[in-house]
Design a binder for this molecule. Sequence first.
Ligand SMILES: [Zn+2]
Length: 279
Amino acid sequence: MPEEETPGRWISAGERTWFLRLEGFGVNAGLVVGDDRAAVIDSGAGPTEAAQLHAAVRELTDLPLVLVNTHAHGDHFFGNAYFAAQGVEEIYAHARAARAIADTGEEQRRLVHAVDPAMAAADGEHTAVVLPNRLVDEQPVDLDLGGHSITVFHLGRGHTDGDLLVGSGTVLFAGDLVEEGADPSFEDSFPRQWGQVLGKIIAIDELYPSIVPGHGRLVDMDFVRTQLQQLRQGIRMCSSAISESSADATKAIPILPYTPLQSRYLVERMRDTAGLRGA
Ligand SMILES: [Zn+2]
């Protein structure tokens, strides 16, 4: 197995910036270490993964930690309770993501059953759903870690309605707005707006030549350009299928550039979000 595919091992992505792959869902968790404190990006699918992640963090730094949740999917935030129990006081998320965690956290437990049965059953230590308490909206937030800052920002609805990105030096943590090795996940998505968000990411390509996707290997902007082209193609095919045969747009599923499952979600979300404009 190449180094970058080994779960649980830090990979350097840039100055003071690392990521590692959590085993359960292959989520990439991030770490940025300043002189005074360090930032952890996403907390894993429950206390089991969070404990592994926290131990890995402590191999690189003893500094106080802040946590960022990139979005409201349980594989990215169910480790919050564990980190809070280790003394982490500030958990950043988009305001809509924090609301979604409050509204859907309990029902999302079942999704992590195979990875963390205690989290799924709400049974045991550090299995509470702990909400983010530092809310980000349309304004970017610069976090000074001491000698190094990160920028936490939102570029519009995309993979969910509350995706955050984290910039650290030349590295961009993109959450599930960018996925490598698997289809984008459309279940809670806003497909047209997602295309606009990818366009905005590409527009700042000179700032961030390296991108840590929510899942998969480190990628560059060419990867994001390809993902955007594929998304635009999928949206075009969906749109014409919906307008030609509103009764059964699912006919488009076999020709879309994604797996049948994600193609079905794309068709559904294209319909459900048809009236929405902008961010
Ligand atoms: Zn996600």
